[in-house]
Design a protein around this ligand. Structure first.
Ligand code: ADP
Ligand code: GLC
Length: 488
């Protein structure tokens, strides 16, 4: 099968979060299963390309025309890469905005991107199926069922939209439809209209042939008002076309036996290197070496509401009364950056924070910490808890979305389980889970068992890629003529 991925980010070219890991790992796994995969990405400032393939596409943008090029990014791991190259839109400091503020022309940027991606599918790399990711590519299914509805090139090409995070909609004022050249008829409750605005993700949810999200639990959660971000009604209507497929891990990048960024390698058979990694982590974070015998909790995250750090704020004093040490890495909203900086200032010997995006440090935390904290308010899949399992770094998580699906609570009596979980979104609950983990840490034998339970789990892409393939096949067999929305 020929599968074209359309995504706003993907490694090894661009990344702000887990989406980029997925858009690297899944295509690679599909190629290993014998399929042809290409990925269309925007060409951002940091992206180096091999050559220009199409010097100029003509893309209508309201009353104007734009002329992005399509660049060829060669083949990596058997996966073909194409880039939509429009320097005015994409040659910028960041991907989506700076200092927590979105770029004001994101509607235009990703409308052009989606349209150019459709043109790639038509003229450059005809595919059997288009697999679109998040709101930035959600216009692709909309375009196929409107602007390109009578185009024979797409008559048999189903679209799949994967929702990596329902919290990000691509929400814009009504005028945007005219500005990006989409028909006014789409400003309709059965299409892109959402409380008087234009919602790109809603369009994708209604017009895609199939919707997937990144864990089974999250597929259930997003049908409820609590987790639906106002779109739960739309999702419920499409429940028969919604599938939850858990993200996988690329163990060639995240494996303590081979990780190129850590000071010592280790495995389930020989754990000794982990202590070296812990020593190195403490040094990196300028934490006193006396912490070597204390449990170290690691955090690597985007600092946004989704990740649940207000729970840490709630119980920070009680948490720091415990015999533990914390190393946190992240960037994002100012209030969380402040929270972590303040804690580091108050507890310099036992709390260290690095406000940065730093892949090497992320690996060092996974390897050097004893526990990994993810108190997420919601978590569609989560990758870091899966990386943590592989590194023998025991996850402490809130039981939501992919965290709930992947972490089994440890029971010292049976020796089963892989981590610690709490359910209520409350500081007290987080504290109780941390205390339980600390108690267990003191029992060396039980702790070792717990580490090994996690390290021997297999979350490689193999299983999930096979699930996606089954869905791709089904999508090609069961084509629906039009979206649920009545709009032509
Ligand atoms: P999300 O996509 O919601 O951010 P995931 O757990 O799926 O959450 O994936 C996050 C990915 O981004 C992981 O690969 C993680 O290591 C990485 N990451 C997040 N914040 C940072 C950071 N500050 N520095 C380095 N890597 C980070
Ligand atoms: C999102 C989610 C995260 C998921 C990632 C990749 O950013 O927040 O849970 O793992 O996408 O699917």
């Amino acid at each position: 099968m020929r599968i074209l991925f359309i995504s706003p980010e993907g490694l090894p070219f661009s990344k702000t979060g887990g989406l980029a890991d997925v858009v690297e790992g899944l295509p690679k796994a599909l190629v290993e299963l014998g399929h042809e995969v290409a990925v269309v990405l925007p060409r951002y400032r940091s992206t180096r390309v091999a050559k220009v393939l199409v010097p100029s596409l003509t893309i209508p943008m309201g009353l104007a025309l734009r002329f992005p090029a399509i660049a060829d990014g060669t083949v990596v791991n058997g996966v073909r890469y194409f880039f939509v190259d429009d320097p005015e839109y994409f040659d910028r400091e960041q991907l989506y905005g700076v200092g927590g503020v979105d770029y004001p022309d994101n509607a235009e940027r990703f409308a052009e991107f989606s349209r150019a991606a459709v043109e790639v599918a038509k003229h450059v790399w005809p595919a059997d199926l288009l697999h679109c990711h998040d709101w930035q590519a959600a216009l692709v299914p909309v375009l196929l069922k409107t602007v390109y509805a009578s185009d024979p090139a797409f008559r048999h090409v189903p679209t799949i939209l994967t929702v990596h995070n329902l919290g990000y909609h691509g929400l814009f004022p009504r005028e945007v439809l005219a500005r990006v050249g989409l028909p006014e008829t789409l400003f309709h409750i059965e299409a892109l209209e959402f409380f008087g605005k234009v919602n790109y993700l809603k369009g994708g949810l209604l017009f895609a042939d199939w919707i997937t999200t990144v864990s089974r639990r999250y597929a259930e959660e997003i049908q409820t008002p609590e987790y639906g971000h106002g779109l739960d009604g739309v999702i419920r209507r499409r429940a028969d076309r919604l599938v939850g497929i858990l993200n996988g891990v690329d163990y060639s990048a995240w494996n303590p036996e081979t990780d190129e960024f850590i000071v010592a390698h280790y495995s389930a058979k020989d754990l000794s290197g982990k202590r070296e990694c812990k020593r190195d982590l403490l040094a990196e974070f300028k934490l006193p070496a006396e912490n070597l015998n204390r449990p170290v909790l690691g955090i690597v995250s985007r600092f946004v509401d989704q990740k649940g750090f207000d729970l840490i704020a709630e119980v920070a004093d009680a948490l720091m009364e415990e015999d533990l040490c914390i190393a946190a890495l992240g960037t994002g909203e100012v209030r969380y950056e402040l929270l972590f900086r303040e804690l580091a200032a108050r507890f310099p010997a036992r709390f260290a924070a690095r406000i940065a995006y730093d892949n090497v440090l992320a690996h060092k935390i996974e390897a050097g910490a004893d526990m990994f904290l993810m108190p997420s308010r919601y978590e569609p899949s989560g990758l870091n808890q899966l990386y943590s399992l592989k590194y023998g770094t025991v996850p402490i998580v809130r039981a939501t979305g992919g965290l709930d699906d992947t972490i089994e609570p440890f029971d010292p009596r049976t020796g089963r389980g892989t981590g610690f979980k709490f359910r209520e979104y409350e500081g007290r609950a987080l504290l109780a889970a941390v205390r339980e983990a600390l108690r267990c840490f003191r029992d060396q034998k039980a702790w070792r068992r717990l580490m090994l339970n996690g390290m021997t789990q297999d979350f490689s892409w193999k299983t999930s890629a096979a699930d996606y393939l089954r869905l791709y096949q089904q999508a090609r067999e069961v084509r629906i003529p039009r979206a649920v929305g009545a709009i032509q």
